[in-house]
Design a protein around this ligand. Structure first.
Ligand SMILES: Cc1cc2nc3c(=O)[nH]c(=O)nc-3n(C[C@H](O)[C@H](O)[C@H](O)COP(=O)(O)OP(=O)(O)OC[C@H]3O[C@@H](n4cnc5c(N)ncnc54)[C@H](O)[C@@H]3O)c2cc1C
Length: 387
């Protein structure tokens, strides 16, 4: 749903201009230094990029799902590291608060997240619990008016920068599965919370992850999201449902950029006396990429509109994440192929993007986990219909 075409198009245009004129020219320096220049972060704040999805009541732009995915199609033409910095405040780092937080919690934190004064992280994954997230072992034991957290979280996006963590921890150790899990807001600097060294990753330099450790970390009981124990896992899954549509849209943006680079190169590069774009085998790679991007774009827009109408999109969000992430990997591979040797060289954007986009098939649920969710929902529905 687009709330107001004119206002939204103005916003989209300014983000498109910012992406082309400010972000893309800084990609190489971000990759080299593993840092986004502070001046660009300030400009991202001014544009409101940290609060795109945070409701207007709390200082954000309150984008609908359709508006959010269309914004990602545009913004993610630039290196994924830029999106990653604003991604957690708009997605996994704020959504648990938005979906399940009480009014006091929302008023305390959301305006700062929307303004980009605070960076939020979402801490679910642990060293021994990744795809099997419900088996997480971090504990939160009630002690007076606090919970005492112990455990370790792994690969947490933006943790080195974060001022705030949404942490999933087990409040009822007797319950082994998801029912015993609760979600907490933990402020950076809380005694007992410490960070590991930033991870050295395959790609997305400029976007950072690290371990987050809790050692008798005392968190006020008021920071239990929604004030009820045992709701955390359900909330986390809702957060990820929305996140999957967001990441799918990010994949489309990145794939469109890769294809634009490949087309440009195919028109410039000459072999056998003509531009390589004239060769039908190169054209097939261009055409297959264009077709798959179009398919992903259509399915994401359809699922986003469905979600905006209040319909459940668990299956559709997983279909979008699965298809778009795999599609983006194929497009990246073809873009490198079209560039030939130049595509293997570190100076080319496609070499960098090839490594950057590999992540999309892994986080916020691997492709295999999306397949499991889709099939499980299909089987559940078939059984319901036949009973
Ligand atoms: C750069 C980066 C950023 C991240 N950011 C965050 C973050 O901000 N917050 C957070 O909480 N987590 C984050 N993660 C963690 C990410 O979500 C997990 O890495 C991901 O869910 C996979 O978990 P795993 O790495 O433990 O792999 P595993 O679960 O060990 O999976 C290994 C392989 O086994 C397959 N597999 C596992 N179970 C099954 C099954 N039942 N059937 C078929 N195949 C299966 C997987 O698909 C995969 O191919 C991040 C990860 C990375 C790399």
């Amino acid at each position: 749903m687009i709330r107001d075409d004119k206002t939204f198009n103005l916003l989209l245009d300014s983000v498109a201009r910012f992406t082309q004129e400010r972000l893309i020219p800084h990609e190489a320096v971000v990759a080299e230094t593993d840092a986004i220049p502070p001046v660009l972060i300030d400009e991202m704040r001014e544009l409101g990029l940290f609060g795109l999805t945070i409701p207007e009541t709390y200082g954000g732009l309150g984008l609908t799902m359709e508006e959010e995915v269309r914004m990602m199609f545009v913004l993610c033409q630039a290196s994924p590291a830029f999106r990653s910095l604003i991604g957690t405040n708009n997605g996994i780092g704020s959504q648990a608060l938005i979906l399940a937080g009480d009014e006091v919690q929302k008023r305390r934190y959301l305006p700062k997240l929307a303004a980009g004064e605070l960076i939020a992280s979402f801490a679910l994954t642990e060293p021994d619990s990744g795809s099997d997230a419900a088996s997480l072992r971090t504990t939160a034991v009630r002690d007076g008016d606090c919970y005492v957290l112990n455990g370790a979280k792994r690969y947490i996006t933006n943790a080195p920068e974060a001022g705030l963590f949404t942490v999933l921890a087990r409040t009822d150790p007797k319950v082994k599965g998801s029912e015993g899990i609760s979600a907490f807001i933990v402020e950076a600097g809380t005694p007992g919370l410490s960070l590991g060294q930033p991870d050295r990753k395959m790609g997305q330099r400029g976007a950072h992850t690290c371990d987050v450790m809790f050692d008798d970390c005392r968190v006020p009981a008021d920071n239990l999201i929604g004030g009820r124990e045992g709701e955390g896992f359900k909330t986390a899954m809702k957060v990820l449902d929305k996140g999957r549509l967001h990441i799918a849209a990010v994949c489309v943006g990145a794939a469109e950029r890769l294809l634009a680079e490949a087309l440009r190169y195919a028109l410039e590069r000459r072999q056998f006396g003509q531009p390589i774009a004239e060769f039908q085998l190169v054209q097939a790679m261009l055409a297959d990429s264009q077709t798959e991007i179009y398919a992903a774009r259509c399915m994401i827009l359809e699922a986003a509109r469905q979600r905006d109408r209040g319909e459940s999109v668990s299956t559709e969000a997983s279909c979008c994440k699965l298809f778009a992430a795999e599609m983006c990997g194929r497009v990246a591979d073809r873009a490198v192929q079209i560039h030939g040797g130049a595509g293997y060289m570190a100076a080319s954007a496609v070499e960098r993007f090839y490594r950057d986009v590999r992540l999309f098939r892994i986080y916020e649920g691997t492709s295999q986990i999306q397949q499991l969710i889709i099939a499980r929902n299909m089987i559940r529905e078939a059984r319901r219909m036949s009973s």
